[in-house]
Design a protein around this ligand. Structure first.
Ligand SMILES: NC(=O)c1ccc[n+]([C@@H]2O[C@H](COP(=O)([O-])OP(=O)(O)OC[C@H]3O[C@@H](n4cnc5c(N)ncnc54)[C@H](OP(=O)(O)O)[C@@H]3O)[C@@H](O)[C@H]2O)c1
Length: 284
């Protein structure tokens, strides 16, 4: 697709991959709507895009709130027309074993990214379907394909993102509207500070994959949109690994477990999850 002049909605645009994607898309002439909760960060990014000659609009919203999500979708269509592209990128999620996870954390991990992506897509689809064009991009991680120890709720939510994308493709067949899955490897962003404990639980297999910068992830998204790809995978080595996984699923899953986090020594000290508000709040 041609990005110049396209109306593109980017969620999670206040930092990391979303910020980099919004800037890269604006640099190609797209009009970008920036969605996240932190107004000041969105305003700063919109100013930076404007100073570089691009056009950006700010929509502060908590995408964990379904009513607020519906309202923001309505405002975007009313004020800027039907988007050509929706990038569902906003996300968070602690890496916890199931027995470490409080019910509120489990719900929050599904709220973002999955329900947020589902609800915003559902709200913006009617105008895309009426126009018979549009692309919905769902950003996820390799945890959408496999699993490693110590990230149960996170993994389930990422599988939901892949299932959602696959189901959308079935729904949208022949409609002129497309769904793209963007699978990104480890990316250096605030994600790792916002979700404490996650970095320590990355499988040692990660050593084979270069860490992306947010700009690299954004460049992969831009390329995928320009080429109308149905799936974007970055870095390149991850594409190779996911191909191997599709052929040899069992050995690859075992390898992830074998190189993943072990807590055998901690188990005797394991405590049932404390009811909220104990423990650090989940960032959603
Ligand atoms: N970093 C990685 O290694 C990696 C790898 C693969 C996939 N991903 C995925 O890529 C996406 C972006 O990650 P990132 O690395 O860029 O992380 P990040 O820097 O922490 O950015 C997360 C974004 O989501 C927004 N967000 C969080 N909760 C929200 C809510 N309730 N409502 C609206 N916006 C919300 C945050 O903005 P506010 O806090 O201002 O709301 C922020 O803009 C996530 O879905 C993540 O799972 C990340």
């Amino acid at each position: 697709m041609k990005l110049a002049g396209a109306n593109i909605v980017v969620t999670g645009a206040s930092s990391g991959i979303g910020e980099a994607a919004a800037k890269a898309l604006a640099a190609r002439g797209a009009h970008v709507a920036l969605l996240a909760r932190t107004y000041e960060a969105l305003e700063r990014i919109a100013r930076e895009i404007g100073a570089a000659g691009g056009s950006a609009f700010v929509y502060p919203v908590d995408l964990g709130d379904a009513d607020a999500t519906a309202r923001v979708a309505e405002a975007i269509v009313r004020e800027h027309g039907c988007p050509d592209v929706l990038i569902n990128n906003a996300g968070a999620g602690r890496w916890l074993y199931a027995d470490e996870t409080r019910p509120s954390d489990a719900a929050a991990m599904m709220a973002l990214p999955y329900f947020a992506a589902f609800n915003l897509t559902a709200a913006l689809l009617p105008c895309m379907l009426a126009r018979r064009s549009g692309t919905v991009v769902n950003v996820t991680s390799p945890a959408s394909f496999s699993a490693w120890p110590g990230a149960t709720g996170y993994t389930a939510a990422r599988w939901a993102m892949r299932g959602f994308t696959q189901a959308l493709r079935a729904d949208l067949h022949g409609s002129g509207v497309r769904a793209m899955l963007a699978v990104l490897g480890e990316t250096a962003s605030a994600y790792w500070q916002n979700n404490p404990g996650a970095a320590e639980r990355l499988p040692r297999l990660r050593a084979f994959f270069p860490r992306l910068r947010p700009q690299d992830a954004a460049a992969a998204l831009v390329r995928g949109l320009e080429r109308d790809s149905s799936t974007v995978i970055a870095p390149f080595q991850l594409r190779f690994a996911l191909t191997l996984h599709s052929i040899w699923q069992w050995p690859m899953d075992r390898l992830l477990i074998a190189t993943g986090h072990r807590r055998s020594k901690d188990l005797s000290a394991a405590q049932p999850p404390k009811p909220a508000p104990g423990g650090p709040p989940l960032q959603t």
